[in-house]
Design a binder for this molecule. Sequence first.
Ligand code: URA
Ligand code: SF4
Length: 192
Amino acid sequence: MYTLDELNNIVQKCKRCNLHKTRTNVVFGEGNENADIMFIGEGPGYNEDIQGRPFVGAAGKLLDKMLKAIDLDRNEIYIANIVKCRPPNNRNPLRTESEKCIEYLRWQVHIIRPKIIVCLGAVSARNIIEPQFRITKDRGKWVKKGQFYIMPTYHPAALLRDENKKRPAWEDLKNIRSKYNEIISIGKDGEK
Ligand code: URA
Ligand code: SF4
């Protein structure tokens, strides 16, 4: 069993898929190692690749606002992506790439043991929930897998492109907050 730091050191050197050839930095993910909730995006974009940190560009700024709206911040949660290296021109990761990389995400989930996983966007939901997942139709409903409560919602970049998605995304956020409250209150009773 690795620690997150050990796993990070391994992933920093990873050449399992072709994305290693074009990356500037590996974006492992960051946040609270004991988080009860993890947010999972698709993969690094331009700014993330330059800085080596997840969600630091325009989508990241909106994600921060969304978190703030439900009284969460990055110190309380953990943020990672399906692929840790930027796909050229922000194309979707290929299946071969995500299949190789998701093993690292599984380790991260195994180490952090969140109660809630939020899938940001279709690529995240297809890799975590099921390959045919349709984000517009199927978002906003809890999926229970093993001990995890999984909530698929829109990617913040999709909200930047389409104002009409903001209202349903807000419903999802409120839903996430109330599940999170339930879980924290169970924790306080010592049953966690
Ligand atoms: N979009 C993602 O899916 N992940 C990031 O880290 C940044 C933008
Ligand atoms: Fe390795 Fe993932 Fe980067 Fe591919 S995307 S090189 S599997 S860390």
